[in-house]
Each structure stands twice: as C-alpha cells, then as structure tokens.
Design a protein around this ligand. Structure first.
Ligand code: ZN
Length: 365
C-alpha cells in the first residue's frame, strides 16, 4: 500500500470559520408542522429569522404545496458575494417520463464539446429549422455563445484583482478590495450558472441522448489538463485570469445533465476522459499526432477532412459516448433515472428533489 487515496487529505475536523469557510447554515423543521413556509408568493418565513422578501415568485412552489405534491424539507441560507440567499429544499411528487418523446428520439444524440472561447459547440443544432446548410468550417449555428456580459465582467475582475494585489497585507483597504473581487467573482459565477442551466435544459429536452466528455473535474484542477485543450487563441490570458471562476462550469453541466436528463426522459452519455476527441478524425477515425491550440480547423492527414475543430470533437463525442450507469450519476449527489428493469409500469411517479425555487437576494424585513 502506498498510503494514499483519491480525494482530499483526511485530517481532524475543523470548525467552520468566518472568512475560511463558505458562509452558510441550514434550518430543518418538523415536516408535519411546517415552520418554514411561504407567506403569499413573495415572502418566506424562516424560524428564528422571521419573514424575508424573496426575489423570485414562490407561486409554483406554493401551488405544489397546496396540492400536497411538495413538502418543504429545509432551507439553506448562504452568502454569495455581497448577497444572502435562501434555498428551499422540497420533496416534489411529480411524473417523470421513463423514455424520450418522439421528437427527442427523432433528434437522436447530440455531442457537446465544452469550451471557454464558446460555452459549447454541438454536433447538431439546438433547433433544426434552419434551411441553410451549416458551414462546417465556421459553424455559428452549432455554437452556444458565452453569456453576453462575461467579457465585461472578466475585465472588471482583472482590474479589481490588480487593485487587491497592490494593497498592504492585513490592511482595511485590502479587506475592502478583497470584498470587491468576491462580489465580481460571484456575479460571473451567477451569469455562467444561468447560461449552464439554460443550455442544460435545452439539451435534455430536445434530444434523446446528450453526450459529453467526462472531464473529471477534480483531476483537472490539479493539472489543468483537459481544459487547456479547449482553449482558443488569445483566451489563455482570460482563462489564466481566474481559472477557478471559469472552470466551475464543466463539472456543473455534467451534474445538471445528470438530473435534467432523468427529468425529461433523455439519457446522459459520456466519453472517457482520455479519449482523444479533438485529435480524432470524425470522418475516417485517424488520430492525428498534434493539434495546436490555436488551430481552429481540424485537417485530417489521411482523408483530407477539414472542419471546425470543436465541431469535429463534438461529433466524436456523440459517436463514442456510452450511457452513464445509474450509480455513476448518483455518486455525484443527483437523483437517478427511474429503474428501467421491468418496473417500468410503476416508475411513473417518482420523488424528485427540486432545486431551490427561490433564488436570492432575499431582503430582511
Ligand atoms: Zn480523416
């Protein structure tokens, strides 16, 4: 035995500490006598804290509770940047399809190449209605753009980080500058999360199978391998700016697709993280030895294929992905697909853990 194991080193437990841990706490209640409850559609009552105004409407959750289809389990209050969020966890009883719709089946499998230059490049368009043929050298129809304001905010982040670097350690101005950086990082994370949610839902509802690269996010943070391969020309600076902020997304898309596909009757599939999706020719299968990062077009030396490199990767991912087994998804803390082993008939209604229906920022009143 080498005396090592995967994951973080194990040690004595530490208490959470201000500034060192994520500022959050969770409140549970007796589900038979709920004390965490909505008051109207705009207010949430939390024991000990009182009533807080919520940002989104609680209408949908209120309706589900009224019908007896949802039971609130707990509320988690957490800080993100300069805001506080209240996330309500509810058990929701609602039908989950056990197979894709006819429309989803007709679209088949979509391959997703995750990037930083573009949020993603797909092997087929999200909406098939375009009658003009897709330009495979510059497939605008297959690209999912990064959120519009990301560039502006990453510039601001760089500025804030420079300001932080110039401050004196332990000073009040440093704490202030650090707070400013935190606020901007949070804004960027929120924008990216919104984009990932939108994309995740569209992929899970429009296709029968969503194929992704298994990026193994934990391994990636150690070596930055895998993402570097997806960097385009001139974006290394941006990525280097704050990799932590931009990198949270690939693992997050995978996590979301895990449960979203199970909600909408589709399947999540993945290619092995060592599969050379970028260097393999999607036409003849030849693996080319080198593909520099700044080379946007894939040229096959064997068959002469010339297509956009991300599109080439997406096609390979679609073709070689294998469906993820239940345990694999479950291990990441997401609900799993209904069992498909002969219990099909009664797998109709499943408990599903709903994501927080109310985002922040709540305001104390
Ligand atoms: Zn080829």
């Amino acid at each position: 035995m080498a005396g090592r194991h995967a994951g973080r080193p194990v040690g004595y437990p530490h208490f959470k500490r201000k500034g060192r841990a994520r500022d959050s706490f969770r409140i549970h209640h007796d589900v038979t006598k709920p004390t965490i409850r909505l008051e109207g559609h705009r207010r949430l009552r939390i024991p000990k804290l009182g009533t807080i105004r919520i940002h989104d409407s609680g209408k949908r959750l209120a309706r589900l509770i009224a019908k007896g289809d949802a039971v609130v389990q707990s509320v988690t209050v957490s800080r993100g940047g300069n805001r506080w969020y209240a996330s309500v966890l509810a058990k929701v009883d609602q039908p989950i399809p056990d197979k894709p719709t006819r429309a989803q089946t007709a679209r088949g499998t979509v391959g997703v190449d995750w990037g930083i230059r573009h949020l993603a490049t797909l092997s087929q368009p999200l909406d098939p209605a375009t009658d003009r043929p897709v330009d495979l050298l510059d497939p605008a129809d297959l690209r999912v753009a990064n959120p519009r304001y990301l560039d502006k905010w990453t510039r601001r982040l760089a500025k804030a980080q420079r300001a932080l670097a110039r401050t004196e350690k332990g000073s009040k101005r440093r704490a202030k500058a650090a707070r400013r950086v935190g606020v901007i990082q949070h804004r960027i994370a929120e924008q990216r999360a919104t984009a990932v949610h939108l994309l995740g839902k569209r992929l899970a509802t429009k296709f029968a199978t969503v194929a992704i690269e298994d990026l193994n996010v934990r391994g990636m943070s150690a070596s930055a391998r895998g993402t570097l391969e997806h960097l385009g020309h001139g974006v290394r600076r941006k990525a280097g700016l704050n990799r932590a902020v931009l990198d949270v997304a690939p693992g997050e898309l995978r996590r979301q697709l895990g449960y979203k596909t199970s909600w909408y009757g589709s399947t999540l599939a993945a290619v092995d993280r060592w599969y050379p999706s970028s260097k393999t020719c999607s036409s003849c299968g030849t693996v080319i030895p080198k593909l520099p990062r700044d080379q946007r077009v894939f040229h096959c030396t064997a068959c002469g294929l010339a297509v956009d490199r991300d599109y080439n990767a997406a096609v390979n991912i679609a073709r070689h992905a294998v469906p993820l087994v239940e345990g694999d998804v479950k291990a990441r803390g997401s609900p799993v697909r209904p069992a498909s082993d002969g219990r099909r008939g009664r797998a109709g209604r499943q408990k599903r853990e709903d994501p927080p229906p109310s985002g922040g920022p709540p305001r104390r009143e």
